[in-house]
Design a protein around this ligand. Sequence first.
Ligand code: SAH
Length: 235
Amino acid sequence: MSADMQTLLRDGLTALQLPPDAAEPMRRYAEMLLERNRVMNLTAITSESDVARLHFLDSCALTMFADFHGKSVIDVGTGAGFPGLPLRLAEPSLKLTLLDAQRKRVDFLREVCDALKLSGVDCVQGRAEEYAAQNRERFDFAVSRAVAALPVLAELCLPLVRVGGAFLAMKSVNCDAELASAARAIRTLGGYVKRVSDYTIPGSDIPRRVVVIEKRHATPSGYPRTFGKIKKNPL
Ligand code: SAH
């Protein structure tokens, strides 16, 4: 692993006013990710500097938009752990649940948590729309990146957030049409778009966007529907 990655991570964390010490566990996690990626599809990003910026620092950028200290957070469709796991490394008081439908990815996440001796991270294999049956309105925050279009994603994520909490959707900067098409879904599910913020990934000039959706009202029973219905007939 190059010194470059370590430097990129430390500088990026410092720019985000996060403890630079988190760079070391992030480096080990990145090493496991790239190693496992040779035999299993975990990420399309393979250069160390891109992994540092596009996965780790992009994930940590969420700390600019919410205070996660001591909060419960679910990462819906976490894949290889993004954005949830870097957030937990940067903010150890955060109570994290990593949720993904794919068994192999969740197994990998458990291995990373064991290797880094992270306690209290719940790695769950399951579908968000089914997980909500037992875990409705249980989390302070839901976060999600690169999982589905916002009208669908809102139905997967908002039911999991408690009233007063928020769902942070990580999107590209050209998501205006997607956001407009999700307005009704968000309102129906008890959400309210509080903030749409563009930022630049630290150490790069790559623009990204986060949509902060506050949970104002309880999600009506009946949502989330089955995935077939969500997909076929988005709210
Ligand atoms: N968030 C990660 C991974 C994105 S890939 C990142 O940004 O790198 C999308 C992931 O979402 C896949 O791992 C897929 O298994 C998962 N996923 C898609 N729909 C899901 C659902 N309904 N419930 C749980 N996981 C889901």
